[in-house]
Design a protein around this ligand. Structure first.
Ligand SMILES: [Fe+2]
Ligand SMILES: [Fe+2]
Length: 438
């Protein structure tokens, strides 16, 4: 730790009134004393205002929806409040053992290892650093200044600590306007705001972690069902990609799109309960076998009903299980009329048929795009939703690109059962049959 001679001190966060080197502030020349006195009186005047801003930011935290936007506002207000030229909020990336600037006012994204520079030291030690002249401190890393042409002078750097006292980020303000160091009041203000920012960052990290866990769970479920049958290898992933393109073409975004993607990934999950002999039968299925095969849609609903979906995803099982319903009410498992089929399910249905036709199956080769579109046109109205099909047509170039990229996930001709494709079988196994086996 560097001594007071360098106008610096470190302290534990939240300990009031120990921040600034008084000798440095009070012991200088007359103009320095005048400036210090002005700053003290300004600090007293603004104490109420500071509290108001702190409370206001804390209130905003309660309703946080966009963390980056909130942190940006927080950095801006903190810089104003403390009379700082810049403010940066760094978040720790534990996987890479780095700090990165989630919000950097007046600078681009910065990344550096924990332990490096002032912010890196604060991240490592968990102690506040308040220095009046960065260039006199050996821990200061002048590289960002050199690259940007900026001149750092005073620095106040505070550790943001999470629930268990672990440092999760660093809050830093740079260059007190009017010169001189940041004072004890600044330290206290930053401590309060830093604590609020820590809550926001930790919550956001928790939500992101839960989301990753959830996503990996549904992807694993989809992979499990695709792996049961080589002819449908990668089917769920492809249907998800196509449904996303069609959804976007219809103007879907955000949560709606996420819901659609989850339903597309899981739409055939019920196939986990269909016996291999029916799943992999190369020839035509008889009535009883077809009924058994069709039960997968009902099974999808049944299995997914056991998963506790987040509130905004509660429709996923319903959307997934309706992917074989038809607009004319002749679909399965419920034979729902058009107005009772969720629009998301109509999108998944189109994406499902698109993949069944474009990818090779036991009973059919990969159809080219123009033949696929021709067959889907015939299905529009009684089977597929005309509104969804309009979106499909608008998205043809994008669907074609995705299909080319996804060809590597198609079943290979050498895969078990794939060599049994018989040209003679193609006429009886036309689009309609293909669609019932999707
Ligand atoms: Fe499917
Ligand atoms: Fe299906």
């Amino acid at each position: 730790m560097t001594g007071h001679g360098k106008g610096e001190r470190r302290k534990q966060p939240n300990r009031r009134g120990t921040g600034v080197d008084r000798r440095k502030t009070l012991g200088g020349s007359a103009p320095q004393e005048r400036r210090a006195a002005e700053r003290r009186s300004q600090d007293r005047r603004s104490a109420g205002q500071r509290l108001e801003v702190i409370l206001d930011i804390t209130r905003q935290l309660m309703a946080v929806t966009d963390l980056d936007a909130l942190l940006h506002t927080m950095a801006e207000q903190t810089a104003n409040l403390l009379g700082a030229d810049r403010a940066t909020i760094y978040v720790i990336d534990r996987e890479r053992n780095e700090l990165w600037s989630r919000v950097a006012l007046g600078a681009g994204e910065i990344r550096f290892p924990i332990g490096r520079g002032i912010a890196g030291t604060v991240a490592q030690t968990g102690e506040t650093i308040n220095i009046s002249d960065a260039y006199k401190d050996p821990r200061f890393n002048p590289e960002p200044d050199r690259l940007s042409g900026y001149q750092t002078k005073s620095l106040l750097t505070f550790p943001m600590k999470g629930n268990e006292g672990r440092v999760i980020g660093v809050f830093q303000v740079v260059n007190k306007k009017g010169g001189g160091p940041f004072n004890a009041e600044d330290e206290n203000t930053l401590a309060s705001l830093g604590a609020s920012a820590a809550v926001a960052v930790e919550n956001a990290q928790l939500v992101a972690e839960q989301k990753r866990l959830w996503q990996s769970l549904i992807e694993t479920l989809a992979t499990t069902v695709d792996a049961r049958d080589q002819q449908t290898a990668g089917h769920s992933q492809r249907v998800t990609r196509y449904a996303t393109i069609i959804g976007r073409s219809m103007g879907w975004m955000g949560k709606d799109l996420e819901k659609l993607q989850a339903a597309a990934l899981l739409h055939d999950y019920g196939k986990i309960a269909v016996r291999d002999q029916f799943l992999q039968k190369p020839g035509k299925l008889d009535e009883a076998e077809l009924a058994y095969m069709k039960a997968h849609a009902e099974k999808t609903a049944e299995f997914l009903a056991r998963l506790v979906f987040p509130l905004d995803m509660r429709e996923v099982p319903m959307i997934a299980s309706q992917h074989h319903e038809r607009m004319d009410g002749k679909g399965y498992p419920r034979g729902l009329n058009a107005d009772r089929i969720h629009i998301g399910a109509r999108i998944v249905a189109a994406a499902d048929v698109f993949d069944a036709l474009t990818a090779p199956r036991y009973y059919k080769p990969a159809y080219p795009l123009d033949k696929t579109m021709e067959l889907m046109k015939e299905m529009t109205g009684p089977h597929l939703d005309p509104r969804v099909m309009e979106a499909v047509r608008r998205a043809i170039p994008e669907l074609a690109r995705a299909m080319d990229e996804l060809k590597s996930t198609w079943p290979k001709p050498t895969d078990e059962g794939m060599g049994t494709i018989a040209e003679a079988a193609l006429s009886e196994r036309d689009a309609a049959t293909a669609a019932t086996k999707t």
